[in-house]
Design a protein around this ligand. Sequence first.
Ligand SMILES: [Zn+2]
Length: 235
Amino acid sequence: MDNPVSKIQTYMYMCVVWIPEPQPEPMIPDILNRTIGPIIDHLAEYNYISGCDKCGNSSEVLNCCEIDGGYHFQCSKCANALPNYSQAVSINTKPAKSNFIAGLVGAFFGSLIGCAAWILIYKLGYIAGIAGAITAICSMKGYELLGGRLDKKGVVGSVIIMLIMIFVANKAAWTWDAYDSLKDYGWSFAELFQELNYILEESDLMGRYIADLAIGYVLTAIASFRTIIAAFHAS
Ligand SMILES: [Zn+2]
């Protein structure tokens, strides 16, 4: 049951997937969804959109029609033109939902990689915001890995986690700087982390601090934009 697809063939507007007839019959929708879902997700990630498999029309909700023993998705114009058009048994084409809690754990651990990169790049003296992109990618990959798939709620959860983690990473990187110069005066890292805003204002560094954060968020948005759109299209 690991790989139920026996054959795939691509055409102008469609790709046909052969699956050995699942038994028993009530299992058909479930197995179809589990098999087709990931393929649709994969295609959506590369900006493919769903449309009529005969004429390519993508402007309306498609009908699932039974033609010669196979299932086809067609627009109403093409479907009505079929000699013996019959709406096929209702197949739920929505793939299974993700596991939200497990996904959030994955997104959190993924974003930790981005945070480590953020602090490292900052310590090396480069623009740490580059790591915003890494955080976005790792966070969503983490969600997908542990949550099963990246659906709408997965995207929302991952985005919230990456926004918080980027903020924490930037603050930690700047606190580290303050710690290097103030530790000899008896300050601990935790104290400096709490008092960072005050220190930044006193030393006129608030502008640069905010700029670092803003660059990070912009690059995060650029890096995750396509994946977010794809996830919303697919679910
Ligand atoms: Zn059509």
